[in-house]
Design a protein around this ligand. Sequence first.
Ligand SMILES: C[S@@+](CC[C@H](N)C(=O)[O-])C[C@H]1O[C@@H](n2cnc3c(N)ncnc32)[C@H](O)[C@@H]1O
Length: 205
Amino acid sequence: MGVYRDKVLPRIIDKACSSDDIGKWRVRATDGLHGIVVEPGFGSGTNLPYYPDAVTKVYAVDPAVLGRKLAADRLAASSVDVEFVGLDGQAIPLDDNSCDAGLLTYTLCTIPDPMVALAELRRIIKPGGALHFLEHGIAPEPGMQRWQYRIDHVQKRVFDGCHVSRNHPELLTAAGFEIEWSEAEYANGPKPWSFFHLGRAVNLA
Ligand SMILES: C[S@@+](CC[C@H](N)C(=O)[O-])C[C@H]1O[C@@H](n2cnc3c(N)ncnc32)[C@H](O)[C@@H]1O
């Protein structure tokens, strides 16, 4: 699992997550971000081309060392100041209230304890600041949900902890974020993996 996770999976994720189709959603997920942003699951920097000019700094958090290497071209092409600050979204070495906003794209599905990661984001993002999210997860139809619960067991092994059945809006609300707006729909692709939530949640004081 070590070689696959460290040397192969980041390349698969980089290819799968940099499609034009997903790019359309990244434009919307990053819209309105400004100031200092924390991005757990930075991966290979797939959001970098989409950050608005108003973003002055991004604190990147990700355990995948190869992801950073694959981000090299995007980092070189971007005017955003990126600093790698940690390996785990569940324990981020940043001060309380040190960021204006956060960005999570296709990452909360993978972090082992999403509630711990969301508590970290609540600690780090200033009160009233926003967490923008684009995450695939549980579909609304019970029949599809049954498939997703079945798939989860294999999915977690093949994609290093990724779940297809997490309910991200529910997790965000339970963690103390208020969802300002969210949209949910199927993207192109196999349905159990393609239902996603896009939106903006506010860190309540
Ligand atoms: C499916 S990829 C998404 C990458 C990127 N956010 C995107 O939208 O293309 C999930 C990312 O989460 C990272 N990840 C896994 N466990 C993590 C953790 N505990 N904390 C932060 N990131 C983690 C993986 O290394 C990977 O880069």
